[in-house]
Design a protein around this ligand. Structure first.
Ligand code: F6P
Length: 325
């Protein structure tokens, strides 16, 4: 069978980029080809789908990408995709190339957009969860989280060097949007004294009393990890400086957390999710999301992702309570 006779399957990345997207693109394209599809790559996310930036997944386009952070396919957020006329253009672009299946690597907003597209034009899709926020319902893991955690760990290890040298407090604000997963995991694994996340009530006077007692016993510096979703980083910095009486500085890690070469863990997860996505489409699934839950891989219908809110494991949350009071 020539390539033009094979059924087309296109792969795209959409929404906030994260490490692990490139290995997922490569693995999905390679495995799709092994399963008898003609793989295509859509550049620039939903915008590129509409603007017809769709190309065959050649060896040239796929080689040398597995170790790269971000997404070589680039990404976008595309509010214009809400317009049916815009989606129709996207459908015609796929139809012209014989593409009847899609893999989208991104967050739940992208999955919802593709689900609407499926309702309109019956183009089945499989979703691979990818966001450093780790906030997609139904899965314990999203691509990019381990790499982001390692970037944060390395940053906090460096900050600790200067904090201890200068007997200062450092408040480190980490990303995660409304989810405290990155902050909680970083605080625990970096040995922070304080952790504030949206999911746990915090008590600043109590934190102040606890940390002051430790300073009286000889503690020389403080590390506080604060989730951006609490909007408390500046306030906590002033609180430590003015009420606890230790000179305090704020470091907002920002977009550095989204970069970096994917870790071994993210590359392996990309393999598993990508192969599962091709298998799901081959099995005739129309709109399922790949998940990793309680140590097993699986897939769930989009409805379970789109209409539910991600909830962090209560056992994990309990570990952080002592850092919030
Ligand atoms: O969703 C990923 C994320 O990096 C969040 O953690 C953060 O709040 C947001 O995206 C930043 O968005 P932008 O890249 O549009 O500034």
């Amino acid at each position: 069978m020539t390539d033009s006779e094979k059924p087309g399957l296109a792969i795209m990345t959409s929404g906030g980029d994260s490490a692990g997207m490139n290995p997922a693109v490569k693995c999905a394209a390679d495995y799709a080809a092994q399963r008898g599809y003609a793989p295509f790559l859509i550049y620039d996310g939903l915008k590129g789908l509409v603007a017809d930036r769709i190309f065959p997944a050649t060896a040239e386009r796929l080689s040398g990408i597995i170790h790269k952070g971000g997404t070589v396919l680039r990404s976008s957020r595309s509010p214009e995709f809400f317009d049916i006329e815009v989606r129709k253009k996207a459908y015609e672009n796929l139809k012209a190339r014989g593409i009847g299946k899609l893999i989208v690597i991104g967050g739940d907003g992208s999955f919802r957009a593709l689900n609407q597209f499926y309702s309109d034009f019956q183009i089945p899709f499989a979703g691979i969860p990818a966001t450093i926020d780790n906030d997609i319902a139904g899965t314990d893991y999203c691509l990019g989280v381990d790499t982001a955690l390692n970037v944060i760990r390395q940053s906090i290890d460096s900050i600790r060097d200067t904090a201890s040298s200068f007997s200062r407090a450092f408040v480190v604000e980490v990303m995660g949007r409304h989810c405290g997963y990155l902050a909680l995991t970083s605080a625990l694994t970096c040995g922070a004294e304080i952790c504030l996340i949206p999911e746990i009530e915090y008590d600043l006077p109590s934190i102040g009393a606890r940390v002051s007692a430790e300073i009286a016993e000889g503690r020389g510096y403080i590390i506080a990890v604060v989730a951006e979703g609490t909007k408390m980083a500046e306030y906590v910095t002033r609180y430590i400086n003015d009420s606890i009486g230790m000179e305090a500085r704020l470091t907002v890690l920002g977009h550095v957390q989204r970069g970096g070469s994917p870790t071994v863990y993210d590359r392996m997860m990309a393999y598993q999710f990508a192969n599962a996505a091709v298998d799901a489409l081959e099995a005739g699934e129309t709109n399922s999301i790949m998940v990793y839950r309680d140590g097993s891989y699986g897939r769930i219908p989009i409805a379970e992702v789109a209409h539910r809110k991600y909830k962090m494991d209560p056992a994990l949350l309990r570990l952080a309570v002592p850092l919030a009071c």
